[in-house]
Design a protein around this ligand. Structure first.
Ligand code: NDP
Length: 308
């Protein structure tokens, strides 16, 4: 039996030696050197190579090296193949740091100060209490809950929105599209951490921006496809949205002539919200393969009907 690795040649040797120690009974093969095709049971990848399911008819599990799985075309993956996303234990912590940094940057007017510095303008703003910035997190999964826990000690009023109802102590929670307007109406800072699915595509659009309090701020750390970028620019021009922190974009890398680059009220980062360190990623994948081999449930199995 064998694992087929298709997740970057630069790390292949490191992964090979970790797997040799943790799962010595499995051969470790590097795509496209598949060897005996019927040996392959596990595929580690970001996007499965073309035709891999025809080439490897006994493939049972696709293990992605990403937390999101929106890069996958599920219709090309045979129904009997399980798809498992990466849930490295460091991923949510790293994301929570990013969310806390963004919320504090907004709450303490850092985006404006960065622009003031560029213009040599000395314009102090009296700090406001944390209780005046209500923070709403869209998506109460692994990342959303870790972010809420990280924000909690600052004293921001917290609210969250998910597909199914979640009870979180001290957090006002909302579920489903029918409760989205009520959720949005109480978000001074909106944080997008839902997975990217056909349902959540363009959830950050003018219609929903207009449900936020006037002058609310936005943090998009989900996927670029969650937002209509032109709608954000319009909302920033008319003051419906006051500032934004963006980590993800419709086109990545962001095109050089994109209006976001020079926008004084957008703080941007190049899709670095969270990635798993190699050691955490390999540990999570090894654990899932061990679970699968011993008939135990794997962690992070995708429900294809929901798309996440
Ligand atoms: P999870 O699957 O653990 O959680 C997803 C949450 O979103 C759940 O609470 C789910 O609701 C909710 N949700 C899903 N669909 C809907 C919907 N239609 N309406 C309302 N709520 C919905 O995901 P993670 O927390 O692990 O990751 C979230 C996303 O973060 C990833 O999919 C990825 O896009 C992004 N990400 C970004 C990174 C970056 O570097 N910028 C890095 C890693 C991830 P329910 O609880 O009912 O299931």
């Amino acid at each position: 039996m064998a694992i087929l690795y298709n997740a970057g040649d630069d790390r292949a040797q490191e992964w090979r030696s970790i797997f040799a120690e943790a799962l010595p009974e499995l051969d470790f093969r590097l795509w496209p050197s598949v060897g005996e095709q019927s040996d392959i049971r596990y595929l580690i990848t970001w996007i499965p190579p073309k035709d891999v399911f025809d080439i490897c008819p006994k493939l049972e599990v696709v293990l992605t090296i990403s937390a999101g799985v929106d890069q996958l075309n599920f219709s090309s993956i045979p129904g009997h193949v399980s798809v498992v996303r990466l849930l490295g234990s460091d991923l949510a912590d790293t994301m929570a740091e990013y969310v806390a940094f963004s919320a504090l940057a907004i709450h303490r007017d850092m985006i404006g100060y960065i622009d003031d510095k560029r213009r040599r303008a000395w314009k102090p703003i009296r700090p406001r209490p944390a209780s005046s910035s209500r923070i709403g997190v869209m998506g109460l999964g692994n990342m959303g809950i870790a972010s809420i826990e990280r924000l909690r000690p600052f004293g921001f009023p917290l609210r969250g929105w998910s597909r199914s109802r979640r009870d979180l102590e001290g957090v006002e929670t909302f579920a489903g599209w029918e409760q989205l307007p009520t959720f949005l109406a109480g978000c001074d800072i909106l944080i997008c951490l839902v997975p990217f699915t056909p349902e959540t595509r363009h959830v950050l659009r003018a219609e929903h921006f207009s449900m936020l309090p006037k002058g609310a701020a936005l943090v998009n750390v989900g996927r670029g496809g969650h937002m209509i970028e032109a709608d954000l620019l319009n909302a920033l021009s008319d003051g419906q949205i006051s500032q934004a922190v963006l980590d993800v974009f419709a086109d990545e890398p962001l095109p050089i002539d994109h209006p976001f680059w020079d926008h004084p009220r957008i703080l941007m980062t190049p899709h670095i919200g969270s990635t798993s360190q190699s050691s955490f990623a390999t540990a999570a994948i090894v654990e899932n393969i061990k679970r699968h081999r011993s008939g135990r449930p794997m962690i992070g199995v995708i429900d294809r009907s929901r798309g996440y």
